[in-house]
Ligand binder design. Structure first.
Ligand SMILES: Cc1cc2nc3c(=O)[nH]c(=O)nc-3n(C[C@H](O)[C@H](O)[C@H](O)COP(=O)(O)OP(=O)(O)OC[C@H]3O[C@@H](n4cnc5c(N)ncnc54)[C@H](O)[C@@H]3O)c2cc1C
Length: 317
């Protein structure tokens, strides 16, 4: 029986790792299974701002649409979340009851938007209230667009900075909304309004009126399945210079969920480099290959505010 290679997470790092593995002859070495929580193929997350602004359609941003998986003999379970891994029997357990055996496992679960501790974010049922959004995936972009299209929703507050914040602000502005950015996100103290969102209160500043709030206050590595499965996790899943998880022979991690030499990355370039090294080792193509880290881009407030004012968004400082 062929060696079973299983990838948890069908995002940019997981799919890129598989592309690199295939480029090194992995299609002949492995039976590949990918399990992803999102209900479709892999898309370019960095293009979500273009979807939000209307410059791109959903279909334009796919890097690996469903035929790609079939053409490469990859079994894809989409819309399926993995809950835990049994590293002793080498099985992956999914929320839908599916149990998938592996010989080699790659964890590429990315990160989740961080929701800060401010009041007014949640409905009484415990879910994020209507009018408050995160901006981390295609479904988030679709929800924001649906809400922003309603006639009475004219003002938005984007809470936080970084690429997703700037792209959310730009996208909503392109749809004709008045946008204010709150930077840093810790300036915000509460989302206001009871039946509907009416504004945001700020530390030492007058309240801002708005109909919707987009929270882009950073993200946190998505390590839940690794934690409950007893893998080495600090801020992210701890990997060595081969992207192998600390103390594990057959488990690798790549992308925003991985912590390498103390660093967790939040942009695409590092995960491209990681995926190539991982593929070198998994396939045996180049066992001397090493990942030694990537430069970390600076999101300094100075250039950020200049950039924000440059697009006409009103920064709250
Ligand atoms: C709005 C936005 C704009 C961005 N713009 C840029 C940019 O301009 N330039 C740039 O370099 N970077 C940008 N980034 C960052 C870039 O998109 C990320 O660095 C990259 O997507 C990380 O890839 P990843 O595979 O580690 O994580 P992701 O792409 O997030 O993929 C992780 C996948 O794993 C799935 N998953 C998570 N947990 C499970 C589970 N338990 N079981 C199954 N599946 C699971 C998730 O649903 C997701 O599909 C942007 C990000 C956002 C959100």
């Amino acid at each position: 029986m062929a060696t079973q290679l299983v990838v948890i997470g069908n995002g940019m790092a997981g799919a890129r790792a598989v592309e690199e593995i295939l480029a090194r002859g992995g299609g002949d070495l492995f039976e590949i299974t990918m399990i992803g929580e999102e209900p479709h193929g892999n898309y370019n997350r960095a293009m979500l701002g273009h979807v939000l602004s209307g410059q791109a359609d959903d279909a334009d941003i796919f890097l690996n649409a469903l035929p790609w998986y079939r053409e490469n003999n990859i079994t894809l379970y989409s819309g399926v979340r993995v809950d835990r891994i049994d590293k002793f029997s080498r099985h992956v357990f999914a929320a839908d009851g599916r149990v998938v055996p592996y010989d080699i496992l790659i964890i590429a679960t990315g990160s989740r938007p961080f929701l800060p501790h401010i009041s007014g974010l949640y409905s009484p049922s415990g879910s994020v209230r209507q009018g408050v959004f995160t901006f981390g995936c295609l479904e988030d972009a679709r929800k924001i667009i649906r809400f922003a299209r309603q006639e009475n929703h004219r003002r938005a507050v984007v809470m936080g900075d970084g690429l997703p914040g700037l792209e959310a602000a730009r996208g909503l502005q392109a749809r004709g909304l008045d946008v204010a950015m709150v930077h840093p996100a810790s300036r915000a103290t509460a989302v206001l309004g009871s039946a509907r969102v009416t504004g945001m209160s700020l530390r030492d500043q007058p309240d801002l009126d708005c109909d919707m709030v987009i929270i882009t206050a950073g993200s946190r590595p998505n390590v839940a399945p690794a934690v409950v499965s007893g893998l080495a996790v600090e801020r992210g899943i701890v990997v060595d210079d081969h992207l192998r998880v600390l103390d594990e022979d057959d488990i690798y991690a790549v992308g925003e969920c991985a912590q390498h030499r103390g660093e967790v990355y939040g942009t695409v370039a590092p995960l491209w480099e990681q995926a190539a090294v991982l593929a070198d080792h998994v396939t045996g193509f180049d066992t001397s290959s090493q990942y030694l880290g990537s430069p970390v881009p600076e999101w300094a407030p100075g250039p950020l505010v200049a950039c924000v004012t440059g697009i006409g968004v009103n920064p709250v400082r």
